[in-house]
Ligand binder design. Structure first.
Ligand code: UDP
Length: 231
């Protein structure tokens, strides 16, 4: 693989605290990404926003407004994580699908690919820019647009299970599963819109636990311990 899109769930960025940022976790991620960037892999990153806000959890305010807050949460996440990446020695650029003044660059495929070719790690913040979507969908969309070889999904859980392991101690982890099976069995490793986009555009995914030892580097070097999603 030469170019990958790494999706970091907001929850995973928060570590044990489950909210906000866990600096040690983010520095750990940055050091791992630096190793793969130093091997010549181009990396684009999407972060979730669940460590701050989820649009659908508010029953009081309008869904569109709630989702806008969610998208802004992902901008905060990307600004924070990208600066941790700079701290460990990488060049970065944050793109958003809407204007954020001087905070970020406006996304276009050409600008993003140019930044990757300059050796930058790029961040896609702000999701798709539209309500009623998720950062999973934003991540798949951007992975397709930049013609990534695969999407790496680093989650708070170490793969895809046949049922929720927090609820069912007998839950079984898949080593490999097709995206069609994920859709048919409603496994929701990524949401349905994102799954359908993966299926239609043949974007494979590697799902693994962010908290597993060195999991990003291990995944990229073939020592993969999560779930491979085939298309
Ligand atoms: N969001 C949105 N449009 C997008 C991406 C994200 O409206 O294209 C909002 C939505 O409110 C979501 C929040 O941003 O709940 C955080 O994104 P994430 O995908 O992490 O949310 P989760 O899937 O954890 O709810």
């Amino acid at each position: 693989m030469k170019r990958v899109l790494l999706k970091l769930s907001g929850e995973a960025l928060a570590g044990e605290k489950k909210t906000g940022f866990d600096e040690a976790t983010c520095i750990g991620v940055a050091k791992q990404v630096k190793q793969i960037v130093d091997q010549g892999i181009q990396v684009a990153i999407v972060t979730g926003g669940g460590n701050f806000w989820r649009g659908r959890t508010s029953e009081t305010i309008d869904r569109t407004k709630a989702d806008q807050i969610g998208m802004l949460a992902t901008v905060m996440n990307c600004i924070y994580v990208s600066d941790i990446f700079r701290h460990v020695g990488m060049k970065t650029e944050v793109f958003t699908p809407f204007v954020c003044g001087a905070f970020t660059s406006l996304f276009s495929k050409d600008a993003a690919v140019e930044a990757l070719n300059e050796g930058k790690v790029i961040f896609f913040a702000g999701g798709t820019g539209h309500p009623y979507f998720s950062t999973d969908t934003g991540a798949v969309l951007r992975a397709i647009e930049i013609e990534a070889d695969a999407m790496l999904l680093a989650k708070a859980i170490d793969g895809i299970y046949d049922s929720d392991p927090k609820v069912n101690p007998e839950a079984k982890k898949y080593d490999e599963i097709s995206i069609q099976e994920i859709i048919d069995k409603k496994l929701m490793a990524v949401d349905l819109t994102a799954s359908i986009m993966c299926l239609e555009n043949k974007m494979p995914m590697l799902v693994f636990g962010l908290n597993e030892e060195n999991s990003i580097v291990e995944t990229m070097s073939g020592n993969f311990n999560g779930t491979k999603v085939t298309v």
